[in-house]
Design a protein around this ligand. Structure first.
Ligand code: SAM
Length: 216
């Protein structure tokens, strides 16, 4: 299957502006996560940044446009001789909040490929032990694509974290009769709506019977 994706086994040593790495950590790859990863990939491409999905045992054909590697992010960092201090882990328990100047301090931003859980189980801890510098995006857990979006806004658009506009727990109309309240906050787009992965409203509609927390 790896042969279907020419970028499987990608390395970390040919970075563009910044490289965004998501280390997939869940046992399965849920439809929800596919949409999140696709979204991170297309937003990074539009921002002239690189997106690499690591830690997958085999290439995912649905993500053919996303660079993927079976290696873990720390193996890639050491094989590319990237100094650890140039790598930032986005971590709800990080040592300080992310700031615009972190865009110059770090080349690589690492995120846990973990679906949100309530209450949060701090699975980002598995990445914390790798010794990268940690940065917070506020106290509340964000979805992985929101975390990547906010990081780009802060380190590339140079907007301080406190000025990033959010919509808290938006209510999404999934059918004529039904709406679902999302259990997270989302960046507010130029159209005034919460930015979510393309296809997510349809997915919510398909799974409306399950309840949102069963999906995350
Ligand atoms: N419940 C998860 C946990 O226990 O760690 C949170 C997972 S969150 C959905 C996925 C990833 O987004 C995290 O691993 C982290 O890299 C990033 N992230 C989410 N919220 C964050 C925050 N407030 N500060 C820093 N990073 C965050």
């Amino acid at each position: 299957m790896a042969a279907t994706n020419p970028s499987f086994n990608a390395t970390l040593d040919d970075s563009t502006k910044h490289t965004f790495v998501v280390e997939h950590m869940d046992p399965e790859l849920e439809s929800w996560q596919l949409l999140e990863y696709q979204t991170i990939g297309s937003e990074c491409a539009a921002a002239n940044s690189r997106f690499l999905l690591t830690g997958l045992p085999k290439a995912v054909p649905e993500l053919a446009l996303v660079e993927q590697s079976p290696q873990s992010v720390d193996d890639l960092v050491s094989s590319a001789n990237i100094p650890k201090e140039r790598v930032c882990l986005l971590d709800p328990r990080g040592e300080s909040d992310l700031a615009p100047e972190d865009g110059d301090k770090f080349d690589v931003f690492v995120f846990g490929g973990i679906l949100g859980d309530d209450p949060p189980r701090d699975r980002t801890a598995e990445l914390r032990v790798k010794g990268f510098k940690g940065r917070r995006l506020g106290k509340e857990q964000l979805t992985t694509d929101t975390a990547a979006r906010v990081t780009r806004i802060v380190v590339q658009d140079k907007i301080p974290l406190a000025d990033v506009p959010y919509i808290d727990r938006p209510s999404i109309q999934v059918s004529a009769a039904e709406s679902v309240e999302m259990p997270f906050k989302y960046v507010k787009g130029k159209d005034g709506k919460a930015i979510m992965p393309e296809g997510m409203i349809e997915l919510l509609g398909d799974d409306a019977d399950k309840g949102i927390l069963d999906l995350l």
